[in-house]
Ligand binder design. Sequence first.
Ligand SMILES: [Zn+2]
Length: 456
Amino acid sequence: MILQQAQDLICKSRLKKSISSFLPSKRGKWELYHDKKKLLYIAAAEIRDVQGQKLRKLLKQALNSHYYSGVLEKTGLNPDNIVLEDLKKLPLLTKDIIREQGDRLLAKPKSMLYRNASGGSTGAPVIFYQDDNYADNIWATMMVILEMCGWHYGARIARLWGAPQDKRRFKTLKGRLIYFLQNTRFYDSFNMSEENMLKYHYDMTKHKPDIIICYASSIYLLAKFLKKRGLSPSYPSISINTSAETLMPHMRHTLEEVFGREVYDKYGSREISGIACECSAHKGLHIFEDNVILECLDPVTGENVYERPGELVITDLNNMGMPFIRYRIGDMGVVSREKCSCGRNTMMLRKVLGRVTDNFYLEGGRIVHGEYFTHLFYGTRGIKNFRFTQNREDDFLLTIVKGSDYTEGCLEQIIRSIKKVIGESAALKIEFTDKISVTATGKYRFTVSKVKKGSL
Ligand SMILES: [Zn+2]
């Protein structure tokens, strides 16, 4: 307890904030943070000016990429003169193009970039790169998002999270120091057994986090567990910040009922983070229009649609290392031009549709988040697409679409990792196919569990 109080003092101290503000590595990020807060309130015409300037800069940089220099030459567009309306003349960027083009998409030397990979329940695994400019903008955006959720400097954070990249970071000395200074504790959402959930509950009761940052399905699972056990959490003191999956209305209702706190949803992906976040009016998510140009397209005509579902296509205005221009992120959504009552002046993302990740209920009462399996495919070559299905508690099917560089060895490590979790005695069938079907909303689901536990 004394250690926690000391940590609170350090994290809240003005000295830490001052040092942070003046560190050369942080000064630019703090400036971005202040700018981003202001940009949420400026007039629509002004934000379009900002987007136009950033788009021209992005396209000039994109000329350094083999892929985009060819694309721009074909369209005859001059990056110096381009306006927002020209964006539609550029082709959509798909995960298949990223996989096929690979390094031809890079606009800066690889040595200047950070390698990242994604899969998620709604997109095939792809490898991509991001630069310092992107990282700084995301850092600043996350500060703004936290503040919109009621966060204050030094607030205690519980992170109910599972992404292996983030978990690995947490285990390093530098990672531990960063989380210490951010007053953050980490809880593994990839292993939500009843035993672990009880541990998390007791630890959070002692730790008293102000904000819980979490996968929507993981906190929902914890809420249902606490409700079933008749346990009333005394945490968090401020709010719950969900992401990574669609927060369905019934989930929000349960969270508010069990935790008695407001729930704020945010939207982003590993390829493009910091896209949109909810405010205290809870009427949708504010789009960070200085980070992205978000188009919501009619799936048939390709025209922009408002107030009705369309495909979300995102242009990232910050990543100069590997431009994402008109990227098909894999989600359907509803965009609105109606302004929010909070005074922020951005376009609103009313809903994100179709992001679904199942929990897997395994023998012995273990519960594993579906993304555990998705993450096993991150960065794996030779596999174009996959689906991991649980038919019964001990019966699984892995469906694979081979890539052109598939070899027998591609699956070995993945199968070993799957068996470690499902158990050696469980049946695991591997099936190869040419195409994996999509759901009714037009989205892939990479993990499907047919085992439902109504009591949880
Ligand atoms: Zn608002």
